[in-house]
Design a protein around this ligand. Structure first.
Ligand code: ADP
Ligand code: MG
Length: 264
């Protein structure tokens, strides 16, 4: 039995505002175990604490109580073995594609020529050859997110954390990006934690879908996705896929309704 890559152990997060009573219980006693090389998606309605959970796993946010372990060791703060990709606006607008990817590489471990080669390998991988000297504003949203993914991958993190990275893209581009990310995952031995509120996306990508409850966020269901790899896009009309879709849509519907009632 292999050891877990990531363990979230009874993590609770309370945000405290300035005003009295402005406390938000964003995550409540959340446990999650991720094995090496798993591709996990976290599915939940808006505001349920998905980003909070991801930022805590990434070390960008501190939990109020509980622990996060990487390879069995408790972790505090960010480190280069976890790469993060956000929904948008994470590139430096004043740097070109290749400079954005090169930025943050562990520079002391490589010669300039090695760095250049590495950057170009990742540009190839995300299919951006020919755009090395472009600035983010000269690229479409999908291309910008490919740069963000290449930048995260270039540091060769063992764990990739993605927070609704395709959320701002049109459907066509989103589909292509999903296929590309799956291809990258199939070729590498990365462990991926991917957040989405899109049911289809959560099934198409994952080995396991974790459904979260609406606020406070907790794990509501943990559903293994028993579909083969490589996964062609056409799997989205496979009866097994549609059965998962029905099951997950129902779970997420319950949570969205609960959240709506709360607001009223
Ligand atoms: P999701 O990503 O699922 O939409 P978030 O993790 O962003 O949810 O937020 C969970 C809850 O915590 C929400 O109610 C949100 O308003 C609140 N929240 C998130 N970040 C902060 C913050 N920095 N300060 C106060 N409240 C926050
Ligand atoms: Mg979020």
């Amino acid at each position: 039995m292999k050891n877990p890559k990531v363990q979230v152990d009874r993590v609770t997060k309370i945000y405290t505002g300035n005003k009295k009573n402005a406390q938000v219980l964003a995550l409540d006693t959340t446990n999650l175990t991720i094995m090496p090389n798993e591709f996990i998606t976290i599915l939940g309605p808006s505001g349920c604490g998905k980003s909070t959970l991801l930022r805590i796993v990434g070390g960008l946010e501190e939990q109020t109580t509980g622990h996060v372990y990487l390879d069995g060791e408790e972790t505090f703060g960010p480190s280069s073995n976890r790469g993060m990709v956000f929904q948008a606006y994470s590139l430096f607008p004043w740097l070109t594609v290749e400079e954005n990817i090169e930025f943050g590489l562990k520079t002391n471990e490589m010669t300039a020529a090695q760095r250049k080669e590495l950057v170009h390998n990742y540009i190839d991988l995300v299919q951006l050859k020919g755009f090395e000297k472009h600035y983010p504003r000269q690229l479409s949203g999908g291309m910008q997110q490919r740069v963000a993914i290449a930048r995260a991958l270039a540091n060769d993190p063992e764990i990739l954390l993605l927070d609704e990275p395709f959320g701002a893209l049109d459907n066509q581009t989103r589909t292509l990006m999903q296929e590309l990310l799956l291809e990258i995952w199939e070729k590498s031995n990365k462990t991926i934690l991917f957040i989405t509120h899109d049911v289809e996306e959560s099934i198409f990508l994952a080995n396991r879908v974790i459904v979260m409850t609406s606020r406070p966020g907790r794990i509501k269901a943990d559903i293994p996705i028993d579909l083969e790899h490589p996964r062609p896009y056409s799997i989205k009309i496979d009866p097994r896929f549609l059965a998962y879709k029905e099951q997950l849509t129902e779970l997420i519907r319950e949570e969205s309704l609960k959240a709506m009632m709360e607001v009223k």
